[in-house]
Design a protein around this ligand. Structure first.
Ligand SMILES: [Zn+2]
Length: 230
């Protein structure tokens, strides 16, 4: 099931109050058009009927792809808020999905449960999954690549480093805090090697239930544990 409510927002430009759909959950088999809107970014944009100003508002929303067994829970993180607080908000998945049996999916082998705080991260998780890739391997790969890229991009600071298929092939897009954007080829060989050599640590680092899988996770759950096991 998918589930939404109608809520009112106020246009920041002309103060018109208008209705928008606030999706609690999107099942992409039932609402494939909402998945497309998520990938284009439109899902988060709400246009004022009076002055056409677009407001980007993120709501807490659960993305559910039954066929590839993926749930991604977007919990918009307010500035200054501790991520662990947001993780405490994860509950009532069966209520969100309007399906009392949904909690059983937590115990189903092969089901992936992720939490993200930004829409870019949600979009990335969807793209990685659609490519049949493993986001955990990608996060380990990113750590290694960023380490290698470090000297090339210094002193510009990397804001985002995201898997992308926007040009029709697998690659990473780098957003620097200077505003510059660059592309790096996807190193398939390195991906394959990581998938094999870190398989055990990756599995151990993702117990059942919602997991926050990012570079910090890759460092703490994979690198540090492999290191200390040596
Ligand atoms: Zn307006």
């Amino acid at each position: 099931m998918s589930k939404y409510q109608t809520v009112q927002i106020t246009c920041p430009e002309c103060e018109t109050v208008f209705d928008v759909k606030k999706w609690d959950s999107v099942n992409v088999q039932i609402n494939p058009e909402e998945k497309e809107r998520m990938l284009s970014g439109d899902f988060f944009n709400h246009q004022c009927p009076e002055c056409a100003t677009i407001s980007c508002i993120l709501f807490t929303c659960l993305y559910h792809d039954m066929s590839s067994q993926l749930m991604v829970y977007l919990i918009p993180l307010e500035p200054g808020k501790d991520p662990s607080e947001a993780l405490g908000m994860i509950e009532n998945v069966s209520q969100l999905l309007d399906d009392p049996s949904a909690d059983l999916l937590f115990f189903k082998d092969g089901y992936k449960h992720r939490v993200v705080f930004h829409r870019e991260d949600l979009m990335e998780k969807i793209k990685i999954n659609d490519e049949g890739l493993d986001d955990r391997v990608i996060e380990v790969l990113k750590l290694i690549m960023l380490h290698q890229l470090g000297e090339d991009v210094a002193p510009a600071k990397i804001e985002y480093f995201l898997f992308d298929t926007i040009t029709g092939k697998r690659e990473f897009t780098i957003f620097l805090d200077s505003g510059d954007i660059g592309q790096v080829d996807f190193p398939q060989d390195a991906y394959d090697k990581i998938e094999t050599s870190f398989a055990q640590a990756i599995e151990a680092g993702t117990p059942k239930g919602f997991q926050f899988v990012d570079r910090k996770w890759a460092f703490e759950e994979v690198f540090q544990k492999v290191d200390s096991a040596d």
